[in-house]
Every structure is written in structure tokens, then in C-alpha cells.
Design a binder for this molecule. Structure first.
Ligand code: NAD
Length: 340
């Protein structure tokens, strides 16, 4: 038997318990050797102990350095800061890995297979913001600053090029807006180009301005293999790419740093369908497959992806968001059956 791998499980809010239960069930069916420590965060942390990121949860991840996380609810506009963003900062998870491939043929785009790496800790996304009052208007002016560092750009780019080499990817496109944000995204472009030189002959490199990239992703997405970009552009483009393969319900993600990695579905806690047993657990199952890749169990990851493909395309068992009738449990059982 493979040695047990300690890992933190954060089931999450809303549909979190349902989809994480499903992911754990398929991992067990695969014989994945994770030894789970289950902890709360988000609204679940507030309800349990008044803290959206309880110290025990952080201590567990600090120890295991590996987590599978369900969606966490974040209040919009006010309230507590996003636990997702805090987790990325706390563990310096500097690379956000977002693979997207066509799972169900017959959609608007066929045979999409694009991996986006987003710098996860810097840029305009950090939210250094303030208002300046004028007269009796407290919010007359809003200012936001972005911060990119050479070191931050370098490690994100190195992660992307390393990933390309290890996974047989042929080309990385650096996406920026260096024609306008010359310092902020120019630094990212220059640094990523510099990193690319080390991979010459192994991985091809090109660059694109973000607006042109968005248009080309819609007109001809097949020209893209891997994309590496800054935090905010990555946030937007990765959702665009998820749209090419059928939406956020299918999109997995990994937040990866030097000392820890957290895998999660891209979708949120879906309060509108929570507790109804109809949530699609696919994205978190695919995140679990990424987690298996990360710990060196690529064979099991492949088995899981193959079983999911078979359930979707041969058994034609799908949840409601994909036009099917299966409940979360029925879909999960179908994957378990294929695995066995
Ligand atoms: P959402 O992704 O939760 O829901 C958007 C729509 O997609 C809803 O109609 C929902 O029912 C549907 N949907 C989402 N996941 C689904 C699934 N697995 N199966 C079937 N349908 C699914 O986005 P939202 O409504 O904007 O956000 C709800 C909450 O989730 C907010 O508090 C937000 O902050 C949080 N959120 C968390 C994360 C995260 O933890 N990574 C990501 C995004 C949003």
C-alpha cells in the first residue's frame, strides 16, 4: 500500500459539503492514500467560532502543506475579506493553475485544451484601494494601485515553463498590457521573456496584448496551448476559457506555492442550489485529479479523468447544469462504478 499522505479537507460552504463528499468518495474508490484532516473556513468558520479562517485550519495546512477546498462564501462589498485570497497570501501560493479541456463534445467549441497560469499574489488584484472625498461626497474619487515585482513575475513564469516541459506542452503565450501599463505589466512581460530564454528549444514563446488575446480566444482558441499572465488578466481570461468548455461548473484549479498547494473548484458555493443534492461535483473531482498529479500519483489522476470522461460521454450521466437529470449522488456513484 502507498504511504498515507496527510492532507487538509475544507468541505466549504453552500454546496461545498455535497461536492467535497463526492470528491472524497471517488478518491477512496481509487485507493488514493490521503489521510484527511477536516477543517472549516469561510461562513462555516464564522458559524463555528466567529473566524472565517480559524487558526486550526491554518495550522493543519501548515502541517500537511496540501489541501482540497470546497467553495467558501464571501460577502460582497463589505464584511470579512475573502478567505480564498487570505489562504493564497498566507501560504504564498503564487501560481494559479487553470487547465481547461473539452469534456463533452458537441458544444460551441470542440477539442479545447488550454492551460492558464495566473500570477496569484500581485498586480491590480491585490486591492490596494482608497476613496478620496470631495465636498460632501466621501466617494468622489476612487484610487487603486497595482504592484508587480520582478521576483513575483519570475516565479510565476518559471512555474508555467516548468509545467510546459513536464507536461509536454509546446508553447507558452505571455499575456500583458505593456503598451499602456508600461511599468506594471511591462515588468511582467520583460521578466517572463527572460525566463523563456532558459527554455529555448524546448518550449516556444510568444506574447499578446490582453485585449487581442481575449478576441482571439473567442475566434480561434486552438492557437493557444499555455498562457501565463498577471493576476487580474488571469482572473478574467481563465473564466473566458472556462466558458469555451462549458462553464465554471467544469473548471478545476490549483493554487501552488513553494511550501503548500491548495486545490479547489473554480465555482462558488451556489447558495441557490445548496442542500438540494443536485450540485455538479465534476470540478472538485477534477481538482482532486490535479492534487493527485501534484503528489506524484499521475496514474490515479489519469484513471479518475478517464472515468469522468466515460460517465459523461459513454454513460451520458450528467447533472442538471449540463442538461442531465443525475443528482450529485448518482453522478458520483457512476464515476465510482467506472473506477471499479
Ligand atoms: P457560484 O459559482 O456559486 O454560482 C453561480 C451559478 O452557478 C449559480 O446559479 C449556481 O447554482 C451555479 N453553480 C455553481 N457551481 C455549481 C455546481 N457545482 N453545480 C451546479 N451549478 C453550479 O457564484 P456566485 O453565486 O457568484 O457566488 C456564491 C458565493 O460563492 C459567494 O459568496 C462567492 O463569494 C463565493 N465564491 C467562492 C469561490 C471559491 O471559494 N473559490 C469562487 C467563487 C465564488
Amino acid at each position: 500500500m502507498a504511504a498515507a499522505i496527510p492532507a487538509t479537507l475544507i468541505p466549504g460552504d453552500g454546496i461545498g459539503t455535497e461536492v467535497s463528499g463526492a470528491a472524497v468518495e471517488v478518491l477512496e474508490a481509487l485507493g488514493a492514500p490521503f489521510a484527511w484532516e477536516t477543517h472549516k473556513a469561510g461562513q462555516g468558520g464564522i458559524d463555528a467560532c466567529g473566524d472565517p479562517l480559524p487558526p486550526e485550519t491554518l495550522a493543519s495546512i501548515r502541517k500537511t502543506r496540501l489541501a482540497l477546498k470546497g467553495p467558501l462564501a464571501t460577502p460582497i462589498g463589505g464584511g470579512y475579506r475573502s478567505s480564498n485570497v487570505r489562504l493564497r497570501e498566507e501560504f504564498e501560493l503564487y501560481a494559479n493553475l487553470r487547465p481547461a479541456r473539452t469534456l463533452i463534445p458537441g458544444g460551441r467549441y470542440e477539442k479545447i485544451d488550454i492551460v492558464l497560469v495566473r500570477e496569484n499574489l500581485e498586480g491590480l488584484y491585490v486591492g490596494f484601494e482608497k476613496y478620496i472625498p470631495i465636498g460632501d461626497d466621501d466617494h468622489a474619487v476612487a484610487i487603486a494601485s497595482g504592484v508587480n515585482t520582478r521576483a513575483g513575475a519570475r516565479r510565476a513564469a518559471e512555474f508555467a515553463f516548468d509545467y510546459a516541459v513536464k507536461n509536454g506542452r509546446k508553447k507558452v503565450t505571455i499575456v500583458h498590457k505593456a503598451n499602456v501599463l508600461k511599468a506594471l505589466t511591462g515588468l511582467f512581460l520583460d521578466t517572463a521573456r527572460d525566463v523563456a530564454k532558459k527554455y529555448e528549444g524546448r518550449v516556444a514563446v510568444e506574447d499578446r496584448i490582453v485585449d487581442a488575446c481575449a478576441m482571439q480566444l473567442v475566434l480561434n482558441p486552438w492557437q493557444y496551448d499555455m498562457i501565463v499572465t498577471t493576476n487580474l488578466f488571469g482572473d478574467i481570461l481563465s473564466d473566458l476559457i472556462a466558458g469555451l468548455v462549458g462553464g465554471l461548473g467544469m473548471a478545476p484549479a490549483g493554487n501552488i506555492g513553494k511550501d503548500a498547494a491548495i486545490f479547489e473548484a473554480v465555482h462558488g458555493s451556489a447558495p441557490d442550489i445548496a442542500g438540494k443534492g443536485v450540485a455538479n461535483p465534476l470540478a472538485l473531482m477534477l481538482s482532486a485529479a490535479m492534487m493527485l498529479d501534484h503528489v506524484g500519483h499521475q496514474d490515479k489522476a489519469l484513471r479518475l479523468r478517464t472515468a469522468i470522461d466515460q460517465v459523461l460521454c459513454e454513460d451520458k450521466i450528467r447533472t442538471g447544469d449540463l442538461g442531465g437529470k443525475a443528482t450529485t449522488k448518482e453522478f458520483t456513484q457512476a464515476v465510482v462504478k467506472r473506477l471499479k
